[in-house]
Design a protein around this ligand. Structure first.
Ligand code: NAI
Length: 288
């Protein structure tokens, strides 16, 4: 007999970077489904405001995902307050943009620390907690930039490819354990992170609410690949089937090669770039 969608009622869900954007909208959707949500974010004031607006049992705690020990202690604190973690959503991420030759090494390291190292650490912590209980779900927010390269965001693409590879490997490691893994690959999502970005033909931007809905759907009916919009899966498959130079011709014809590159030089991004540049305090204090 086919099983119906899983209930999220009273499930303990952790959302990193949940103060705004995709994380905040995902937290809201989860609260509507009756989950107990813990938001961990660098911006504690905004995280508390978001948690207050969401109501339910939502808690907000300060978290810098680049503080490895602090990340572990944050998960311990969530378990003390809400109970064993059922779902970890590794969502916190930054996207500073520049052609690679113009990117400074501090920005490269920051992206590696937040977008990749912290996701590896969070995933490992979740596996250690969930596997003995033979239940749980790890959701890693990667990007379409984890499936293809986009000029103007080379390091960002490298980190997101890393998240896809990590998630695929851990998904296989966890086969038969009762712990699920999902990898989320959104196109452009209208949040501050995407300020100044244009659109490519055929690849429409989506709202953070659309990503939230897709994540909730993947938690209720577990699946590994979560493309938002779903049509991205087909676009990616077709492009990969083509010989590289035809695939690249298609990417240029659709304007997908300009989406990050054109924003990299726009003034509309200045505020976001400044915020992203201050997003890894623990890593920087350690000289990482
Ligand atoms: P956002 O900038 O709106 O929100 C990111 C949140 O992460 C912020 O609340 C920020 O304070 C928090 N954060 C940053 N550094 C942190 C740290 N060291 N520790 C804890 N929290 C930290 O960004 P958005 O768009 O909501 O992005 C969320 C995720 O979705 C990221 O991983 C991003 O790469 C990914 N994504 C976004 C897309 C977009 O077009 N907006 C497209 C595809 C993927």
């Amino acid at each position: 007999m086919a099983r119906g969608p899983r209930s999220l009622r009273n499930k303990v869900v952790v959302v990193t970077g949940g103060a705004q954007g995709i994380g905040a909208r995902t937290s809201a959707a989860l609260v509507r489904h009756g989950a107990k949500v813990a938001i961990g974010d660098l911006d504690q004031v905004l995280a508390e405001k978001t948690a207050g607006e969401l109501g339910g049992d939502t808690v907000a705690l300060k978290l810098d995902v680049t503080d490895t020990r602090g990340f572990t202690e944050f998960l311990d604190e969530v378990e003390r307050r809400l109970g064993p973690i059922d779902v970890l959503i590794n969502n916190a991420g930054i996207m500073p943009l520049a052609p690679l030759a113009e990117e400074d090494d501090a920005s490269t390291r920051r992206q590696l620390e937040i977008n990749l190292h912290a996701v590896i650490h969070g995933t490992r912590e979740a596996v250690r907690r969930m596997r003995p209980r033979r239940t749980g779900h790890i959701v890693n927010v990667a990007s379409m930039a984890g499936k293809a390269g986009f000029p103007g965001g080379a390091t960002y693409c490298a980190t997101k490819h890393g998240v896809v590879g990590l998630s695929e490997a851990v998904h296989l490691e966890l086969y038969g354990t009762g712990v699920e893994v999902s990898c989320v690959m959104p196109a452009i999502v209208r949040t501050e992170l995407a300020s100044g970005l244009g659109e490519a033909k055929m690849i429409k931007s989506v709202l953070p609410e659309d990503v939230a809905e897709a994540i909730v759907d993947a938690l209720r009916k577990p699946r590994f690949d979560v493309f938002v919009p779903r049509s991205l899966d087909a676009v990616g498959r077709v492009t990969r089937l083509l010989p590289r130079r035809f695939g690249e011709w298609l990417v240029r014809t659709l304007g997908a090669d300009q989406v990050l590159a054109s924003a990299a030089h726009s003034t509309a991004r200045a505020d976001y770039e400044d915020r992203a540049a201050h997003s890894a305090p623990a890593a920087e204090a350690d000289g990482r």
